[in-house]
Design a protein around this ligand. Structure first.
Ligand SMILES: Cc1ncc(COP(=O)(O)O)c(C=O)c1O
Length: 389
């Protein structure tokens, strides 16, 4: 039986529809007042002063690494347990991502290991330029040790906060702790602009540079078709910006809705054997719930459970396969299984369940009931297999 529960769903209301419709009644569909208004809202609310809308989170990360001065041959420390864009952005500027394994509980980059690795690379005279921590699944990485080692060695810190708008690290908004932070607004995210992203930074010079780079390298005050540097078309259009501004006004409501759904899941899943709930670190003062990811036993159980859930009409996803084991990364850099054991264990055992703010309690019940059944079927199967073997 298909249950019609989607994996995720944007939360779009009448205010969003009215805002987008209003833009369509104007002649200005790109480079106009809506993006400026959206940026002002985000910059003011997060206290970063500068915010620049871009066409995606990936575009934002790319521009931040350029602004950080990362160049051909440089090294960028980051996590293998993320969406591939976190490492790809280093490749776009000719740099090489250097992976540091994750903390096996929180699945965020092991910040102490980052500090140790950074010190070694600097001591060896390696061209380490930046650290790119990822606030994975809406939980901030442990930023203090990262910021400390970065300031000691003059390294830039670019926070990949693509999954973490609204999250807080020791009370401070994720994305505002490093030199720059990047949010993403793809429709599965907590708030959406369709496609889109936002760079926040406290450096006026970074802000000016990313504004030029997103707009084909024009200087902000340059005339028509004056291109001062190699740029890109990474602009966020006015329709998307209008949608984003309304969603951002609703950020606290959107966060609270997802907190409620996460609470329903936690209560029900705590009763299931062999299901590990998301581990929230002491430094995380607010989770920006992006996905609801549980861990099952390593060794293939997760994939069988996904199949059983699918039979019951419940979608679920393996989340994430680690970046270093993606075919392109293996081929280009020679990474192998065993290189980052904690990320790989998470990659094998993490299961993302349907999750969105509009989810009803009865739907959570249905998912949890199906998961209970799926686990029983899979475990009975492996008991039979063991008995037969
Ligand atoms: C951790 C992380 N980084 C970067 C991105 C890239 O964002 P976008 O899809 O908007 O390019 C995503 C998006 O899913 C992400 O989850």
């Amino acid at each position: 039986m298909r249950t019609m529960i989607p994996m995720c769903q944007p939360d779009i209301g009448a205010a969003e529809r009215a805002a987008v419709n209003a833009v369509m009644r104007t002649p200005t569909l790109s480079i106009g007042p809506r993006i400026e208004a959206f940026e002002r809202k985000v910059g003011a609310a997060l206290g970063t002063r500068h915010a620049a809308g871009v066409s995606s989170g990936t575009a934002g990360l790319h521009l931040c690494l350029i602004a950080a001065g990362v160049r051909e041959g440089d090294l960028v420390l980051t996590t293998p347990f993320s969406f591939v864009a976190s490492a790809n952005c280093a490749l776009y500027v000719g740099a090489r991502p250097v992976f540091v394994d994750v903390d096996p509980e929180t699945l965020t980059i092991d910040a102490q290991a980052v500090a140790d690795r950074a010190r070694v690379l600097v001591r060896q005279g390696q061209p380490l330029r930046a650290i790119l921590p990822v606030h994975v699944f809406g939980q901030p990485a442990d930023m203090d040790p990262i910021l400390d080692v970065a300031s000691r060695h003059g390294l830039a810190v670019v926070e990949d906060a693509c999954e973490a708008i609204g999250a807080r690290y020791k009370g401070a908004p994720a994305g505002t702790l490093g030199d720059a932070g990047v949010f993403a607004f793809y429709p599965n995210k907590l708030m959406t602009t369709g496609e889109g992203g936002m760079i926040v930074t406290r450096h006026a010079a970074w802000d000016a540079l990313v504004r030029s780079l997103r707009n084909q390298g024009r200087d902000v005050f340059d005339g028509w078709l004056q291109h001062s540097r190699l740029g890109y078309n990474y602009r966020l259009d006015e329709l998307s910006a209008a949608l984003g501004a309304v969603q951002f006004d609703r950020l606290d409501e959107l966060l609270r809705k997802r907190e409620r759904v996460a609470g329903w899941y936690a209560k029900r899943l705590a009763r299931l054997d062999g299901v590990t709930l998301p581990q929230i670190a002491a430094w995380t003062t607010r989770v920006g719930w992006f996905v609801y990811v549980v861990r099952l036993a390593p060794g293939g159980e997760r994939d069988l459970v996904i199949r059983e859930l699918d039979r019951r009409g419940i979608p679920a996803r393996p989340y994430f396969p680690p970046i270093h084991l993606q075919p392109f990364y293996r081929e280009r850099f020679g990474f192998r299984p065993g290189d980052f054991p904690a990320a790989e264990a998470a990659g094998e055992s993490c299961l993302a369940l349907p999750f969105f703010g509009g989810m009803r309690e009865a739907q959570v019940d249905l998912v949890c009931g199906a998961l209970d059944e799926a686990l029983a079927v899979v475990r009975a199967g492996s008991t039979l297999e063991r008995a037969a073997g």
